[in-house]
Write a protein that binds this ligand. Structure first.
Ligand code: BTN
Length: 329
């Protein structure tokens, strides 16, 4: 398993971010974070290589030119207030898949609300065995460990709650018009900007741990040619870059809020919010791919478990519990 980011690098970033108006001497940094001056220099160079603008050199000291667009724990937690989700954040510069790391941590007993976040994934995973394009420092690649006091049958509504939370977070952080395609693809102007991969371990009557893996295309300048027709980024649609940290903090707060809402108010509260946020909820012509031959149907709202009610063109009504839907153009 790759090594998580050294906590002392996190401290270094935090120290520089808390002192942006002054040059912080190298020896002071070294003694405050507990490493040698040469290690400070090596880490400063590493951060510069990641695009963090730091002025200065070992003899004078260092000064951040602007707040870095990194998702390191101390920067994220500074804005999280009392959110239980994110009270523990494990950061990686590069990882195969944050979901794999989070599943391994969950198996070792990591608590509810633990978040694994990476600047880059080398084998990001999507639904249906697809890969998730995970360009370095452009997107948000995060996996959240939940330990809900709920039965396995609650997994679909939990996933919808995550979709509603991501919808609220991206809308608030960017002002862009965000839509949800069942079950929880987030679209801007008809193209996907965010996907959610839920993985879990469960006993017959109780969910042990749920890993919500969330990928958001934030600052990609362009999507790879094979994805460009179906996927986009917030930057491409908004015409400007967005601070990833703002989107991530909003996401974790909204996840916390919607998780509590699910536990306190039940499935109907989440289903209602999903329906309000999605243009796919009712009266939408869709192509359904769910194992058998694709077919066309019309949507008719969610049932309380989170399944999508659909009406086939021959009048038969069905509940869709898994699979994917595409709009009929
Ligand atoms: C989808 O197919 O729509 C789901 C994509 C989920 C991608 C995220 S990125 C963070 C987490 N780690 C992974 O390997 N996948 C999820």
């Amino acid at each position: 398993m790759a090594a998580a980011t050294d906590r002392r690098i996190d401290k270094l970033i935090h120290l520089l971010a808390a002192n942006t108006t002054v040059v912080v001497p190298g020896p002071k940094i070294a003694s405050e974070i507990g490493v040698t001056r040469s290690t400070v220099w090596v880490w400063i160079e590493k951060l510069r290589a990641l695009g963090v603008e730091i002025k200065g050199h070992p003899s004078s000291g260092y000064q951040l030119q602007s707040l870095p667009d990194l998702l390191t724990p101390s920067l994220v937690r500074a804005d999280l207030a009392g959110s239980e989700i994110g009270h523990k954040i494990v950061h990686y510069f590069q990882v195969d898949s944050t979901n794999s790391i989070a599943s391994a941590l969950a198996a070792k007993g990591a608590p509810h609300g633990t978040v694994v976040v990476a600047e880059e994934q080398t084998s990001g995973r999507g639904r249906f065995g697809r890969t998730w394009y995970s360009e370095k420092s452009s997107g948000i690649y995060a996996s959240i460990i939940l330990r809900p006091p709920l039965p396995p049958a609650a997994a679909p509504i939990l996933t919808l709650a995550a979709g509603v939370a991501a919808h609220a977070a991206i809308s608030a952080a960017t002002g862009l018009p965000v839509d949800i395609r069942w079950p929880n693809d987030l679209l801007v102007n008809g193209k996907k900007v965010c996907g959610i991969l839920t993985e879990m371990s469960a006993e017959l009557d109780r969910l042990h741990a749920v890993v919500l893996g969330i990928g958001i295309n934030v600052n990609h300048r362009q999507m790879p040619p094979e994805l460009a027709a179906i996927a986009t980024s917030l930057r491409i649609e908004g015409g400007k870059p967005y601070p990833r940290i703002k989107v991530l903090v909003a996401l974790l707060k909204e996840l916390d809020r919607h998780y509590r809402l699910l536990l306190e108010a039940g499935n109907a509260a989440i289903a209602g919010r999903w329906e309000a946020a999605s243009s796919f909820a009712r009266g939408r012509r869709i192509t359904v791919r769910a194992g058998s031959e694709p077919f066309v149907a019309t949507t008719d709202g969610l049932d309380r478990s989170g399944a999508l009610r659909i009406r086939r063109d021959d009048g038969r009504e069905e509940l869709l519990v898994s699979g994917e839907v595409m709009e009929v153009k």
